[in-house]
Write a protein that binds this ligand. Structure first.
Ligand SMILES: *Cc1c(COP(=O)(O)O)cnc(C)c1O
Length: 499
C-alpha cells in the first residue's frame, strides 16, 4: 500500500491521512508517495465518463487508506454546481491546441480545483484519525490562494479559516473578493507590509510550540492550505487524465497517442501534477513549462542550474511572480531516484547561496521538460492575437502559456496535439486584458469587468459579478506583530470579529 515519505531523506513512513493533516514532514521536506501508482483502469474503458468518476479513482489510488466511498464523498462535495460548467473542466480547441479550462470554480482561478476538495479530504482524514480538535487553517496569500481557501473552507464543519494578505500587495479585484467573503468560520486580515511580512508572520505562529500547546488544550489544531500539502497536489493529477480521455472521446487523438502539455508555472505544483499523470501511464511527450519575466525555471530547465540571484519583476501575470518554486523539490526527489539526502543537500545550498546545480544524471531527467517564457509585451500581444484570430479570450497567465507553446513549435516543429492548462478567467485580470484588446481601462475593479464584458460579451463568472454590491465584512488591518494575538482572539475569543 502506498505510504508517504519526506523528500529530505528521513526514513519514517506516514499514512496519506497523516500526510494531509500535517502538511509538511518533520524534517521540513515535502511528502511524496513511496511509489507513483499506475493508472487503475484501462483508458479505453473510461472514455466518456464524468469528471467526478475519473477523479475519484485517481485520487483513491494515491490515498489508499481512505475508502473509495470516502474519496467519492469528498469528490462529489467538491466538484458540484459550485462549478459554472457541468463538465467541471471543459476543453476549448484552437488548432492542435486544446485549452483545459481549470477556472470554472467559485473564485475563477485554477486554485479552486484543489482547494474545493482539500477541506473535505482534511476533515475526512481527521475523522479517520479520531482527531477531535477543530482544525484552524492559517494562510498567507499574495492573491488567488487566499480567496480559493476562503471559499473552500467557508462553513465547513470542524474548521476555521484565517487569511492574511498584504494591504498593498494584491490586486483590487483580489482584495474585493476576500473582504466580502461570507461564512461563520472565516477571518480575513490585511497586514501592514508586503507578502513576505504576512508569510513570515504565519510561519512564526506555526513554529511557536508553546502557542500550539495552548491551542491544543482548547481543542484547536493549526494546519495550512499552502500548495505544499499533498492534499492539494493529488487532485490536480486527475484533470490531466480526464483531459486525455476527453481528447480520445472527441477523436482528436487515438488510444496510445502522445500529447504535449503546456503549463503556466509559478510554484511548480500544476506542472508537477501533469508529470505525475505521465508517470501513471498517460502517454505524454513533452512537459512545457511556461514562465513570465521571472524565468528562473526556464533557465533551470536549459542549464540544470537553479539560481535566485536575479531581479524580481512584478508582471501582469502576478500569480507566477515567484523565484522559489517550492514544489520543484518533489521533482528533484523523483529525478534523484528518491535519494532524499541528495535533495536535502540541494535545498540547503539554495538556502545558503541562492543556487544549486544538478549532477549529470538528474540533469538528463530534465529532458522531458521544455522551458520558455513570455515578457509583458508578448503576453499582451498573445491575448490580442487569440482574441482577434480565434475569438478566444484568455487571461494573462494562459497567454504566457500559449506564447511559449508557439515558440516551442517554431523551435522544434513538434505539432503533437497539446493540452494547455488555462488557469484563470480573463475577468480576474481584467485591467491587463482590457489593455491588450483595446477595451476601456479606466475605473475600479468592477468597472474594468464591465468594460471587458461590453467589449467581448463573454459571460462574467458568477463570483466576480456584482462584487461591488456585496457588503465589506472584513476591515481589519493589523501589524505583523499583532498576528498571534489576533489569531488567539479569533480562535478562542469572540467568534467572528468583523468590525
Ligand atoms: C497559482 C497560479 C499559477 C501557477 O501555478 P503553480 O502550481 O504555482 O505553478 C498560474 N496561474 C494562475 C492564475 C495561478 O493562480
Amino acid at each position: 500500500m502506498i505510504q508517504y515519505i519526506s523528500t529530505r531523506g528521513s526514513k519514517t513512513k506516514t499514512s496519506a491521512t497523516q500526510a494531509i493533516i500535517r502538511g509538511l514532514a518533520q524534517d521540513k521536506g515535502l511528502f511524496m508517495p513511496t511509489t507513483i501508482p499506475k493508472l487503475p483502469f484501462a483508458l479505453k474503458n473510461r472514455i466518456g465518463e464524468s469528471y467526478q468518476r475519473i477523479a475519484t479513482d485517481i485520487i483513491h489510488c494515491f490515498f489508499p487508506d481512505f475508502s473509495r466511498s470516502e474519496i467519492e464523498y469528498c469528490v462529489l462535495n467538491a466538484y458540484d454546481d459550485k462549478f459554472a460548467s457541468e463538465e467541471i473542466v471543459p476543453l476549448h480547441p484552437v488548432g492542435q491546441a486544446h485549452f483545459l479550462e481549470l477556472y470554472h470554480g467559485k473564485t475563477a482561478a485554477f486554485k479552486d480545483m484543489a482547494l474545493s476538495i482539500l477541506p473535505y479530504l482534511l476533515t475526512t482524514a481527521t475523522k479517520k484519525e479520531g482527531e477531535k480538535s477543530k482544525i484552524a487553517i492559517l494562510t498567507a496569500t499574495s492573491g488567488d490562494t487566499g480567496k480559493a481557501a476562503l471559499e473552500g473552507f467557508a462553513d465547513v464543519e470542524g474548521t476555521e479559516i484565517l487569511v492574511f494578505y498584504p494591504d498593498k500587495g494584491v490586486s483590487k479585484m483580489q482584495q474585493k473578493q476576500m473582504v466580502t467573503q461570507e461564512g461563520n468560520n472565516v477571518h480575513v486580515y490585511a497586514i501592514e507590509g508586503n507578502f513576505d511580512d504576512a508569510q513570515t508572520g504565519v510561519k512564526k505562529i506555526f513554529n511557536d510550540e508553546g502557542f500550539a500547546r495552548e491551542l491544543e488544550e482548547k481543542g484547536i489544531k493549526l494546519s495550512s492550505a499552502n500548495s505544499i500539502n499533498i492534499g492539494r497536489l493529488v487532485p490536480q493529477v486527475a484533470y490531466y487524465i480526464y483531459g486525455y480521455l476527453r481528447l480520445l472521446e472527441q477523436r482528436q487523438i487515438q488510444l496510445g497517442q502522445e500529447i504535449n502539455i503546456v503549463v503556466p508555472t509559478g510554484n511548480f505544483g500544476n506542472i508537477l501534477a501533469a508529470y505525475l499523470a505521465g508517470q501513471m501511464g498517460i502517454p505524454i511527450g513533452r512537459y512545457i513549462c511556461a514562465s513570465n519575466e521571472n524565468k528562473v525555471l526556464t533557465d533551470f530547465i536549459d542549464s540544470g542550474i537553479y539560481s535566485t540571484d536575479r531581479p524580481f519583476h512584478l508582471t501582469n501575470s502576478p500569480s507566477m511572480d515567484i523565484l522559489i518554486s517550492s514544489n520543484l523539490e518533489r521533482l528533484l526527489f523523483l529525478l534523484a531516484q528518491q535519494d532524499g539526502t541528495c535533495v536535502k543537500e540541494l535545498m540547503e545550498q539554495l538556502e545558503q547561496s541562492g543556487e544549486y546545480r544538478l549532477n549529470e544524471n538528474m540533469k538528463n531527467g530534465l529532458g522531458d521538460f521544455y522551458g520558455g517564457f513570455a515578457d509583458e509585451k508578448q503576453t499582451r500581444e498573445t491575448i490580442a492575437r487569440l482574441y482577434r484570430d480565434h475569438g478566444y479570450l484568455v487571461d494573462t497567465h494562459t497567454a504566457v502559456a500559449y506564447h511559449v507553446y508557439d515558440e516551442y513549435i517554431k523551435e522544434t516543429g513538434d505539432t503533437k496535439p497539446t493540452l494547455i492548462a488555462s488557469t484563470a478567467s480573463a475577468y480576474k485580470f481584467a485591467d491587463s486584458v482590457n489593455a491588450s484588446i483595446g477595451a476601456n481601462t479606466q475605473g475600479d475593479a468592477q468597472e474594468q469587468v464591465k468594460a471587458l464584458h461590453q467589449k467581448t460579451g463573454v459571460t462574467i463568472p458568477r463570483g466576480l459579478a456584482n462584487l461591488d454590491q456585496k457588503p465589506v465584512l472584513h476591515k481589519d488591518c493589523i501589524r505583523a506583530d499583532e498576528m498571534k494575538a489576533t489569531v488567539n482572539q479569533a480562535l478562542t475569543g469572540a467568534k467572528n470579529n468583523n468590525l
